[in-house]
Design a protein around this ligand. Structure first.
Ligand SMILES: [Zn+2]
Length: 138
């Protein structure tokens, strides 16, 4: 039987580190599936809100989203997500947003999900909520 060499131990450490990093990333995304069906999943996610102003978007506050440079229209309802987890164009349903009707992912954010309001005050009032979000796959 072969014993674990020093090189072997190095690999074990690397694998454990990678698993730890992956776990940390998933934790940061705060995504945990509640329901997994072929056509949709329901995930418990942190949902923040934002508006197109500089306070919310900083240097990206140009009235366009990350998807196809889409020009934001008054009254638009859409969400921003991490496209590595939820691709642009996905339909998501966020309780309490857009009368509980599905909206498109048209913008990018790093962690969790962000609902769009064209008014800064409305975004502030939404704050940060832990919600069960339905994500449709196609
Ligand atoms: Zn704002």
């Amino acid at each position: 039987m072969r014993t674990l060499t020093t090189k072997g131990y190095v690999w074990v450490v690397i694998v454990i580190l990678l698993a730890g990093i992956l776990w940390a990333i998933c934790k940061e995304q705060q995504i945990s599936a509640i329901i997994t069906e072929p056509w949709y999943t329901v995930e418990l996610m942190v949902v923040r809100a934002y508006c197109p102003d500089e306070e919310c978007c900083g240097r990206w506050a140009d009235g366009h989203t990350a998807w196809n440079n889409y020009e934001i229209q008054p009254g638009d309802k859409f969400v921003a997500a991490n496209p590595d987890f939820i691709p642009f164009g996905s339909m998501v349903t966020v309780p309490g947003y857009n009368n509980d009707l599905p909206v498109l992912v048209l913008d990018r954010t790093w962690g969790g999900l962000e609902v769009f309001f064209d008014d800064h005050q409305e975004a502030l009032e939404w704050g940060k909520q832990m919600l069960e979000v339905k994500i449709e796959r196609w």
